[in-house]
Design a protein around this ligand. Sequence first.
Ligand code: ZN
Length: 245
Amino acid sequence: MNVTIWNENIDETNQVEKVLEVHPHGIHNTVKDIIAELGDDVHITTATLQEEQIGLPDEVLNQTDVLIWWSHKGHDQVPDEIVAKIHHRVLAGMGLILLHSSHYSKLLKTILGTTGDLQWRDDTYERIFCVNPTHPIAQGIPENFELGVEECYTEYFDIPKPDDVIFLGWFDIGNVFRSGCTWTRGYGKIFYFQPGHETNHSFFHPHVRQIIKNGCKWVCPTAYKENFGAPHIDVTLEEIRKANQ
Ligand code: ZN
């Protein structure tokens, strides 16, 4: 499995201390450490906004089975041309995990087709409930767990109706959020997961790490669609069958 982890890396580049305290090597490398726990069969690449072609030239994208995405301030700096390439590749089968503030990414808006809008508030306390315990992404996760301090994201979350809601976040200001949702688009599987604000420690929580690893395995393609288009049927299957009789 080839996993590419993309991070806008803006706060890290600007040496924002509160972010570097939590992610000294950048959020992409924090997430890389999580995915590395899946073992040697996983080949991991990291990519950031600051790199040539934002680190996602064709030779990287075309080899990627799972793309993990974290963006916040830099959504609009992601070139439309690359969004279109990712969209096409997801439709062909590439798995996509959208983390935390990626709810406003061009990827979510383009691939899912809604605004990704929500309401938010800093520094609340979150408990996460597993509301779909038989789903592969929920394996090893208890009925509920304390996440601790996390940014509140709250309903209404403007997403298309998910194939599955796996996790529900409850916040101590009284609000709730569909914090783990899946969709399929074409051959591609998509998982959105809410924890992971840049100054919080959610990515170090054992259950969050397990969920991201489970998600990576779940979105990993089981099949790719090779060709798009609508070719004319020149010879029918029945003609072939009869010719072979
Ligand atoms: Zn945030």
